[in-house]
Design a protein around this ligand. Structure first.
Ligand SMILES: Nc1nc2c(ncn2[C@@H]2O[C@H](COP(=O)(O)OP(=O)(O)O)[C@@H](O)[C@H]2O)c(=O)[nH]1
Ligand SMILES: [Mg+2]
Length: 325
């Protein structure tokens, strides 16, 4: 049955993909063995990140970008990382409605993810979903995420090319760039260029990019693209800019370097999460955690030596006695 499921994911069955992602979200053990099987088929897809403040037009742009990529025959996976809970879900529905023209297209797979408490964080969960879509044969994967907290910045770290969407009239656009988003953008998109202030924003961003390059020269100078997403204007320029950045990454060796670093982090994070999960579970199941916590509260012991004791005990146990922790 599992073999069959692996096969169907690799063939791009929407149903099989959806089920696998649900298993991943639920930390169902079936997910892990399928992920092990499909990993060999990942690594082909190009990953684009679309980030920026809510309401900036990320979903609209993702939709138009998808249309442009489909026109040149590429298949597309979309992962919308949404900050709203799955229970309030208004934005999720909005995304779905806006993307509706792609719903019947077998070359497009759309998945909305709510940022609820995934063990190991949103970045790991998103990374898993990207691998699933990659293995299922999607040529390009677009991650749409709100560029606010560290979690989102981690998520965007998965992308090969990151596009930061800015809109005129928000005043604080440049301010938010100072807060760390600046470093992750490869392409700036000034969307809603039909609104007043677009020219000025383009100039401000360009000046800012120049200044930053002056302080910290890199091989790639981020470009600024003007779009009116609702009118499908400027999207071809965005596609061109993404292509250019991709060529730069590939020719400079950055593409492999980025992926090597990502794989390193990902592997360490997986080990970290699994160790944490096992230790926590054992300590909880044996009731030992409650006792330790009480003793720490009563100041009969301190959390520091408790940590050292648990870790040392764990490391010195022979494999078959790990349950005794
Ligand atoms: N005037 C104008 N409105 C736009 C443009 N792009 C998106 N919008 C509108 O802005 C609103 C928010 O867009 P959405 O794609 O949901 O933004 P997101 O929250 O960043 O995903 C929607 O009502 C869009 O129709 C644009 O270029 N010009
Ligand atoms: Mg959106």
């Amino acid at each position: 049955m599992s073999n069959n499921h692996v096969q169907r994911v690799l063939e791009g069955s929407d149903l099989a993909i959806a089920r696998l992602i649900t298993w991943l979200e639920d930390e169902d053990e079936r997910a892990l063995s399928i992920m092990e099987e499909i990993y060999a088929r990942t690594g082909r897809a190009y990953v684009i990140g679309i980030t920026g403040a809510p309401g900036g037009g990320k979903s609209t742009l993702t939709d138009k970008l998808t249309r442009a990529l489909r026109r040149r025959g590429q298949t597309v996976g979309i992962v919308a990382v949404d900050p709203s809970s799955p229970f309030t879900g208004g934005a999720l529905l909005g995304d779905r409605v806006r993307m509706s023209e792609h719903n019947t297209d077998p070359g497009v797979y759309i998945r909305s993810m709510a940022t609820r408490g995934f063990l190991g964080g949103m970045a790991r969960a998103t990374g898993d979903v990207v691998k699933v879509l990659d293995a299922s044969g999607k040529d390009v994967i677009i991650i749409e995420t709100v560029g606010v907290g560290q979690d989102e910045i981690d998520v965007i770290g998965i992308a090969d090319t990151t596009c930061l969407i800015l809109v005129p009239g928000l005043g604080d656009a440049i301010q938010s760039m100072k807060a760390g988003v600046m470093e992750i953008a490869d392409i700036y998109v000034v969307n809603k260029a039909d609104h007043p202030g677009a020219d000025q924003l383009c100039v401000e961003v360009s000046v800012r990019v120049e200044q930053d390059l002056h302080i910290k020269p890199t091989g790639w100078s981020p470009c600024v693209v003007r779009t009116v997403a609702v009118e499908d204007q400027g999207v071809d320029l965005l596609v061109e800019a993404i292509d250019r950045h991709r060529r730069y990454l590939e020719e400079s060796g950055q593409y492999l370097e980025k992926r090597r670093e990502r794989t390193r982090q990902e592997t360490l994070r997986m080990v970290h999460n699994e160790l944490f999960r096992i230790v926590r579970q054992r300590l909880q199941d044996s009731g030992r955690l409650d006792r330790l916590v009480q003793e720490i509260l009563d100041h009969k012991r301190d959390p520091y030596s408790t940590m050292r004791e648990i870790v040392n005990k764990w490391l010195s146990f022979p494999q078959n006695q790990k349950e005794a922790l």
